[in-house]
Design a protein around this ligand. Structure first.
Ligand code: ZN
Length: 368
């Protein structure tokens, strides 16, 4: 039941415990970290479109150590993030291109991977996230010679001391070959203490119809407690072949799923702002998230990433409250849906649920 009288401060929403199922590590770096890491290599081979003011500020910072005040660096970082958001906007392809030019070259060393993963957890905790699945494609971090296992170990080093439950998801990408799918499936199996989920990501428009091949490699992982999710219906309408496979393999979790309003029984990992940034909808108010929720679909709310979208989960909640009148009761519901659908152990789920219950109860909502 919506209560349109409720109004929220962002701090109220940050304080709410939240479960995050769908976020990509390479879309969630701090903009200041990107500039710092490029400065460490004197911006050699950096993208040509990094604003000169950002290069100057961060070069100065790295050579003379804090000549500039943190406030001015924060403001320059914010401007840079706006620039990245602009680069990534208009299509999923431009979003993916922005990742590969601005971010991936910096995610090729153990230290950087560990730092980036650790910072993401710190920011997530500050955002009120109490359980998190974090996804990435290890094969994108081997360009400078790291092995897949070194990549996994580096990311795990960044999450191992997390104060909240964190599980990793390994993404295969739609344009990749079956041989690589098999290697990634084996990697997920070897790291199953940390990896609880595998995913199919990438450009759905350019590479439709690879679900079957992906399933051949990954489906057996379920026997070892690893769940499956797949990016679908983000840019394309549901296709019969995919629906048959989803049914046959009993896959319930769908990354995005925003074009699946006629489909029932799926858990939708909806990332509203991301869909606006990639041009799927003209603005937040045009996004079908509220419609899908009111239709009774199993909606969960996610970021997809915090960098190019200039968002975090509290900001997504604030937009849902402002544009669609979502209340504490609605936020509670989507979090319980997310938790139930998550790949965490039943023990972790019970612990997180009790946290959700106690915190949302204290907001004096009636829970049914
Ligand atoms: Zn995604």
């Amino acid at each position: 039941m919506l209560n349109r009288q409720e109004s929220f401060e962002l701090s109220d929403l940050q304080a709410l415990p939240k479960v995050l199922l769908h976020e990509h590590l390479d879309c969630s770096l701090r903009p200041a970290t990107i500039l710092e890491l490029w400065a460490e290599q004197d911006f050699v081979n950096a993208p040509k479109d990094i604003p000169p003011s950002a290069i100057k500020a961060f070069m100065t910072k790295s050579s003379h150590n804090s000549l500039l005040k943190d406030t001015s660096l924060a403001s320059i970082s914010q401007q840079y993030q706006q620039h990245l958001s602009y680069c990534a906007s208009t299509s999923l392809a431009s979003y993916l291109q922005a990742i590969s030019t601005h971010v991936l070259p910096l995610m090729q060393s153990r230290n950087n991977l560990t730092r980036i993963a650790r910072e993401r957890i710190e920011d997530a905790v500050a955002d009120g996230i109490v359980a998190m699945e974090l996804r990435f494609a290890p094969q994108l971090h081997t360009i400078d010679g790291l092995s897949l296992r070194e990549v996994m170990d580096a990311v795990i080093a960044g999450i191992i001391d997390a104060p909240i439950p964190v599980k990793l998801a390994i993404c295969a990408l739609r344009h990749e070959q079956k041989e690589l799918f098999d290697v990634l499936a084996q990697l997920a199996y070897e790291y199953r203490d940390f990896v609880s989920l595998v995913d199919l990501a990438g450009d759905e428009k350019k590479y439709p119809g690879v679900l079957n091949t992906w399933l051949e490699s990954f489906f057996n992982l379920r026997e070892y407690g690893i769940d499956l999710t797949v990016h679908l219906w983000e840019t394309n309408e549901p296709q019969n072949d995919d629906l048959i496979r989803l049914d046959q393999y009993q896959i319930k979790r769908i990354g995005h799923g925003i074009r699946g309003s006629r489909q029932n029984g799926y858990i939708l990992e909806i990332c509203p702002t991301s869909n606006v940034v990639t041009g799927q909808f003209a603005s937040f108010i045009d996004h079908p998230v509220d419609l899908l929720y009111r239709q009774g679909k199993n909606v969960t709310i996610n970021t997809d990433g915090t960098l190019f979208t200039c968002t975090d989960l509290s900001v997504e909640y604030a937009k849902l409250a402002n544009y669609f009148g979502w209340s504490f009761a609605d936020f509670y519901k989507v979090n319980v849906t997310a938790l139930e659908a998550s790949s965490f152990s039943s023990r972790t789920k019970a612990q997180v649920l009790s946290k959700l219950n106690s915190q949302y109860e204290s907001k004096q909502i009636s829970l049914t």
